[in-house]
Design a protein around this ligand. Structure first.
Ligand code: HSE
Length: 308
């Protein structure tokens, strides 16, 4: 294969109780990328459409991730990357993860798959490090593995793909203001009280159990964030009202998507998702901020190869 075209999806990570460890993959929003073999070794980013981002491989998350892969797999072949961005940087829907994961996925396919999807996480994470100041794998993991993932450790990388109940549907509201992950991480307190930590790991363990048992009541009780949400929600317009109406419309859970400003709700099936979307629309329209809402099932495959 000389060339590959892929759909590299958006993702929601953190998922409330799982700061930096839980994430799920979306299906209806993502970037397209073309990766091509070239004769001169190394990586080049030749085109980016949809957003102003650097073509310089050292300053672009896709370039950094691709370079990390090639440093671990020396080859005489080179690669050119074209990126067609649909996920806005700073949206909280995994824009940098889509680019970083897409680059390593595409190159790995063209090389004949020397690495497993799990092994690609460590390279994609390097790109995330550039975007947010700290490598984290909660977005790149669901994009590379599909479904809902839990990052047990990043040193060494140890990621578990969790069961994903088929009915689970996400509604993601993206208010069109930019919040940089780097800044949204800087505002976090560095220490957590024992009381909050106990609540959080209780909820995280319960959420994982709820996925295995398809126990939606338990899922609802455990989708809570005692640590990060109280700080970051202050940066998100109408956060409390949005949470209230989504819960009233039967959302299983509601929280910040990534580092914001997007928020997500999880529910069962598309009818309920539509009602939640309508309720979100009413609130956000009332304050005159431009927005987009995605209704998406959980994408259990992750990155998809699409026809050229
Ligand atoms: N876990 C990351 C954070 C996701 O919340 O900072 C955003 O990239």
């Amino acid at each position: 294969m000389e060339k590959i075209k892929i759909f590299s999806p958006g993702s929601v990570a953190n998922v409330s109780c799982g700061f930096d460890v839980l994430g799920f993959c979306l299906d209806d929003v993502g970037d397209e990328m073309i990766v091509r073999k070239t004769k001169s070794p190394g990586v080049k980013i030749t085109k980016i459409e949809g957003q102003k981002l650097p073509l310089d491989v050292k300053k672009n998350v896709a370039g950094v991730a691709a370079t990390a892969l090639l440093n671990n797999h020396p080859t005489k072949e080179g690669f050119e990357i074209e990126i067609y961005k649909n996920i806005k940087a700073g949206s909280g829907i995994g824009s940098s993860a889509a680019s970083a994961a897409g680059a390593v996925f595409g190159i790995n396919e063209l090389l004949g798959r020397p690495f497993t999807s799990h092994e690609l996480i460590v390279f994609a994470m390097e790109g995330e490090g550039l975007a947010s100041g700290a490598p984290h794998a909660d977005n790149v993991s669901p994009v590379l593995l599909g479904g809902i993932t839990l990052v047990r450790s990043i040193k060494p990388v140890d990621v578990i793909k969790l069961p994903c109940p088929k009915e689970l549907t996400a509604v993601v509201l993206h208010p069109k203001i930019e919040l940089k992950t780097l800044h949204a991480r800087e505002i976090l307190k560095k220490n957590v009280s024992m009381e909050k930590a106990i609540q959080q790991w209780g909820n995280l363990g319960a959420f994982v159990a709820a996925l295995y048992n398809e126990d939606y009541e338990l899922m609802s009780r455990s989708l809570k964030d005692e640590i990060v949400e109280p700080m970051r929600s202050l940066l998100i317009p109408e956060f409390d009202s949005l949470k209230k109406v989504c819960k009233a419309e039967g959302a299983i859970g509601f929280g910040i998507s990534g580092s914001g400003p997007s928020v997500y709700a999880l529910t069962r099936g598309t009818d309920k998702a539509q009602k939640i979307s309508d309720a979100m629309k009413k609130i956000i329209s009332s304050i005159g901020i431009d927005f987009v809402i995605h209704i998406s099932t959980i994408n259990n495959q992750g990155i998809k190869i699409i026809p050229n």
